[in-house]
Design a protein around this ligand. Structure first.
Ligand code: HAM
Length: 416
């Protein structure tokens, strides 16, 4: 027997309604906020993530599904959506349209991580990206979109944590302070973090190794080193959030795991999740578009993990959209009626009716048992007489009432 690959999940029919509810709500809320859907390829040129996400990040250094295709190109399954959206923005000159460019996506992502509850190798994200606005009002709007989405779903007990990690200018001084701090513990750091010490000491802060994260607890905080413009941007973002009554906690420990972030970063957490408590993460990335070959363009966005969201919803007792179920089951006795049933079912389905028939050659008694089991609202049995007279009894399965009807799909459809 062949099993699913480690770190992947099958979404079975019993869970699909919850996924559909999440996806439907995402489409609706994005529409309310003026975001348009974008779909990009599952795989991209490896360079895109190396340059976009950053080659000192855990994602690029340890977690990418990278392979050479038959044409000798280095290809990577997308570990996230932002870099692909940024590439598409440049490639299709989306900056030439009305600005800012507001996009959203619902995608699968791939990271070679150690699987555990809420951490998979194939997972799904609902994410948004707003490109071309540097205003702190945009930061607040993006955060509000995430919160509106959760609210619309009815999810409670979420915490919004906010921080600013400054711009390349104020990061310079901060990085010096970080190097000084981590230098004292150089021998204790993991091998990857030893190499990060010179190149990008901020990455040590979100290293998953226990020793490194313990050491990082005492590290200086970026929020204490913000330049005047970054401080003003952060204060204004908070003011916009305050004005719409959004509650948040300023958490100086949030640095995010991807290199493209500048200024505002945020995470939304839930106690229902255990160790992997972050359901949504995002922030501003003012240097990304330029980094991957476009004109300097500011950006901000977030992505939330759908599997983690499903875990929260299950813990909070949610069920999904109720499937509409079977409208009518057409039973049959004998070969002639079997053909007539298949024609009737075909024509009812063309009319948008959820119609079923027997596909296993069961006795009429067993067919009716099946109709009951699947909860069909109506049923009908066709035998030779019914086919010859083109007339049959339509039975309401709940009340037991029957009416005689013509074997005509349009007329039956009107009665269901
Ligand atoms: P991220 O924090 O790497 O950010 O991922 C966003 C969310 O995806 C996480 O909060 C989590 O819910 C989910 N997630 C991440 N990795 C896994 C995993 N291995 N298994 C299950 N769920 C996972 C980004 O991806 C950025 N692109 C977000 C962004 C958009 N920033 C700006 N724009």
């Amino acid at each position: 027997m062949i099993n699913k690959p480690r770190g992947t999940e099958d979404i079975l029919p019993e869970d699909s309604p919850l996924w559909r509810k999440i996806e439907r709500t995402a489409h609706e809320v994005c529409e309310n906020f003026g975001f348009k859907e974008i779909r990009t390829p599952v795989f991209e040129d490896t360079n895109l993530f190396q340059r976009g996400v950053g080659d000192t990040t855990d994602v690029v250094q340890k977690e990418m599904y990278t392979f050479e295709d038959k044409g000798g190109r280095s290809i990577t399954l997308r570990p996230e959506g932002t870099a692909s959206v940024a590439r598409s923005f440049i490639e299709h000159s989306l900056y030439a349209g009305p600005q800012p460019t507001k996009l959203y996506y619902i995608i699968s992502c791939y990271r070679y991580e150690k699987p555990q509850s809420g951490r998979l190798r194939e997972f799904h994200q609902f994410g948004i990206e707003c490109l071309g606005s540097s205003s702190p009002a945009t930061d607040a709007e993006i955060i509000t979109l995430a919160l509106t989405f959760f609210k619309r779903l009815g999810i409670t007990d979420l915490k919004l944590n906010l921080n600013s990690i400054g711009c390349p200018e104020c990061k310079k001084e901060y990085n010096e302070k970080l190097r000084e701090y981590f230098k004292q513990y150089e021998n204790e750091l993991c091998d990857t973090c030893k190499t990060r010490l010179e190149r990008n000491p901020m990455r040590i802060i979100d290293c998953k190794s226990e020793v490194c994260s313990k050491i990082a607890e005492g590290a200086p905080k970026m929020i204490d080193f913000l330049c005047d413009e970054c401080r003003e941007h952060f204060d204004k973002t908070c003011k916009y959030l305050d004005s719409v009554g959004v509650e948040y906690v300023i958490d100086p420990n949030i640095v995010r795991g991807l290199d493209y972030y500048t200024r505002t970063v945020f995470e939304i957490t839930s106690d229902a999740l255990g160790a992997q408590s972050t359901v949504c993460g995002g922030g501003r990335y003012n240097g990304l578009i330029e980094e991957i070959g476009g004109k300097p363009t500011e950006g901000i966005g977030f992505a939330l993990g759908i599997e983690r969201l499903v875990m929260i919803m299950k813990a909070q007792g949610f069920t999904g959209d109720v499937a509409s179920g079977t409208d009518i089951f057409i039973g049959s006795i004998g070969d002639k009626a079997d053909i007539a049933a298949s024609v009737l079912v075909y024509n009812l389905r063309l009319n948008g009716i959820n119609a079923e028939r027997d596909l296993l050659g069961r006795s009429v008694k067993a067919q009716m048992k099946y109709a009951n089991k699947i909860g069909s609202r109506f049923s009908m049995v066709l035998g030779e007489d019914e086919v010859d007279s083109m007339q049959a009894n339509l039975k309401n399965m709940e009340t037991g009432e029957t009416v005689s009807v013509k074997l005509n799909a349009d007329e039956i459809a009107k009665l269901l």
